[in-house]
Design a protein around this ligand. Structure first.
Ligand code: 5AD
Ligand code: SF4
Ligand code: FES
Length: 356
């Protein structure tokens, strides 16, 4: 059978990937069996935590899909004070999370850049240099990336959103502040500086087809990326893309397609870190667990101390009313149910990066 043949290949080509993305239920089970095997063999049944602090929803950009885009006047803007953010870091450290992720809307002003520098230095200091730090703070100049690296950030997430320039330009305003080539160049800079570099895309966007998705996976592979986060696109009423709502795949199909993307990526890139995106849980209450079972190995419990409901990039975001403690306990049970264990107190670096 064709599916078995493809799953046994050393390298998947574009047509193979498209075939797998279109697989029916029966064939999908075979894909998942394979991806689960690959995961267990190459990264083990271990899931690493990244305590996620979404510390500000102020953003200078206007991505057409995002609920906190600058032009959304209904979004309630916040920026959390350093002390509270550092308390959250302390919480992550005390609870043996191993790593944190600091995320915010995109800004390039010096006030913001300095705040990040302060936070990095403090986060390292209060954890005896132990906490692993990933940042996800958008496009910046090389010197800024360098300074943040020197101050202790060692992993960077910058989703390309779509690796297809044409599609990218359909989901962003056409101006110099939303430039596909700059984004690609930022990824290159991050890699050059020495960050473990992560990227990702959204699945189920308007105008997106199987070919785009196959090319996204090949982009990750060709770029030799260390980490990937992919989540389903979830429409937000206060955004320009909302008007394409009727043309989208139903949520459940967007979910299934995202899970397939994760499984195929695991088969293609055996030892990278793959996150179980929170957006999966906005569709399916056990969405992240499903992703872990078939290939993901990173989960990002939200430890943002305040304003969680204001960081709504998409609708139906989970864990908005829970506190950090709730999520920790809840997640441990959930991860254990998938037959995985949590790698407490470890950085959980991408094995792909380590082997370089
Ligand atoms: N649905 C799903 N994901 C979204 N993001 C932004 N808006 C949405 C949405 N409506 C994702 C983008 C961004 C990340 C921080 O959140 O991929 O890079
Ligand atoms: Fe800003 Fe990121 Fe939302 Fe774009 S996706 S509007 S950069 S927060
Ligand atoms: Fe947040 Fe379960 S993970 S409440």
């Amino acid at each position: 059978m064709k599916i078995d043949e493809i799953l046994n290949k050393k390298e998947l080509c574009r047509n193979d990937i498209i075939f797998l993305l279109k697989a029916d239920k029966e064939n999908s089970k075979k894909i998942f069996k394979k991806s689960e095997e690959v995961k267990n063999l190459h990264v083990g049944r271990i899931v690493y935590y990244r305590g996620l602090v979404e510390f500000s929803n102020k953003c200078t950009k206007n991505c057409y899909y995002c609920g906190i885009r600058a032009a959304n006047k209904e979004s309630n803007r916040f920026e959390i004070d350093d002390d509270l953010i550092i308390n959250a870091v302390k919480f992550a450290y005390d609870n043996k999370y191993g790593s944190i992720v600091m995320q915010a809307g995109e800004r390039e002003d010096s006030k913001f850049i300095d705040k990040v520098n302060r936070l990095l230095i403090k986060a390292k200091k209060i954890t005896n240099n132990k906490i692993g730090i990933t940042i996800s703070l958008g496009e910046q100049n090389e010197n800024v990336y360098k300074k943040w690296y020197e101050n202790g950030a060692h992993r960077y997430l910058l989703r390309i959103e779509s690796s297809n320039k044409e599609l990218y330009e359909k989901i962003h305003p056409k101006n110099s502040h939303h430039n596909f080539d700059r984004r690609i160049n930022c990824l290159k800079l991050l890699k050059k500086i020495g960050y473990q570099t992560g990227t990702g895309i959204m699945v189920g966007l308007p105008f997106q087809n199987y070919e785009h998705l196959a090319d996204d996976l090949l982009f990750f592979k060709n770029f030799d990326i260390d980490m990937v986060g992919m989540g389903p696109y979830i429409e937000h009423e206060q955004t320009p893309l909302f008007k394409y709502k009727e043309s989208l795949l139903p949520l459940s199909e967007r979910f299934d397609l995202t899970i397939k993307m994760i499984a195929i990526l695991r088969i293609m890139m055996k030892n990278i870190n793959i996150a179980a995106a929170t957006a999966l849980q906005a569709i399916d209450p056990v969405g992240r667990e499903k992703a872990i079972k078939i290939g993901a190995n990173i989960i990002m419990p939200n430890i943002t101390p305040t304003n969680r409901s204001d960081y709504q990039l998409y609708e139906n975001k989970p864990c908005i009313d829970e506190g950090a403690d709730d999520c920790t306990n809840c997640l441990e049970v959930r991860v254990n149910m998938t037959g995985n264990k949590i790698g407490y107190g470890e950085w959980g670096d991408s094995k792909h990066y380590a082997i370089l």
